[in-house]
Design a protein. Structure first.
Length: 148
């Protein structure tokens, strides 16, 4: 019996896939738990439309990420921090600090977890920071750490 998966299911496949399942398994487990629906003509058309819509949305997100990455390449961030002896910082600069400055100064909202510091920022100077805009697209920004 052919069924359309309504959610990802480890043993059968991903959401929207049309798979073959035994009739008893489908009627007694997949349908009652909302994991799958029967693959009638109407349901197949709806599933194909949803799949096409999801692919368009995915492509649109990727296009937006490319634009965001191009915009981020031009951005330079200056962080003013308290400094102790020998230009050493009190604490360190984190992704959260960089995200806050991006939001305040450039009105760019990026999640702090998507900002990757290649090395610990514990001294004054210039650093390159990698920003994951999309799972397959990254960009880098310049961060200038200066004393208050």
């Amino acid at each position: 019996m052919k069924v359309i998966l309504e959610q990802d299911f480890k043993k059968l496949g991903k959401k929207g896939d049309i798979v073959e399942a035994s009739e008893g398994y489908a009627r007694n487990y997949l349908f009652p738990h909302g994991i799958a629906i029967e693959a009638t003509k109407a349901n197949m058309n709806v599933a194909l439309a949803k799949k096409g819509s999801a692919e368009r949305k995915k492509q649109q997100d990727k296009d937006e990420a490319v634009l965001m990455a191009a915009q981020l390449k031009k951005v330079e961030v200056t962080l003013r921090v308290r400094v102790g002896e020998n230009g050493k910082l009190f604490g360190s600069v984190t992704g959260k600090d960089i995200a806050e400055v991006l939001k305040k100064e450039h009105n760019i909202d990026i999640d702090r977890r998507k900002i990757e510091l290649k090395e610990d920022v514990k001294r004054l100077g210039d650093y390159d920071v990698v920003v994951k805009v999309h799972p397959s697209i990254t960009s880098s920004i310049k961060v200038h750490v200066v004393a208050e």
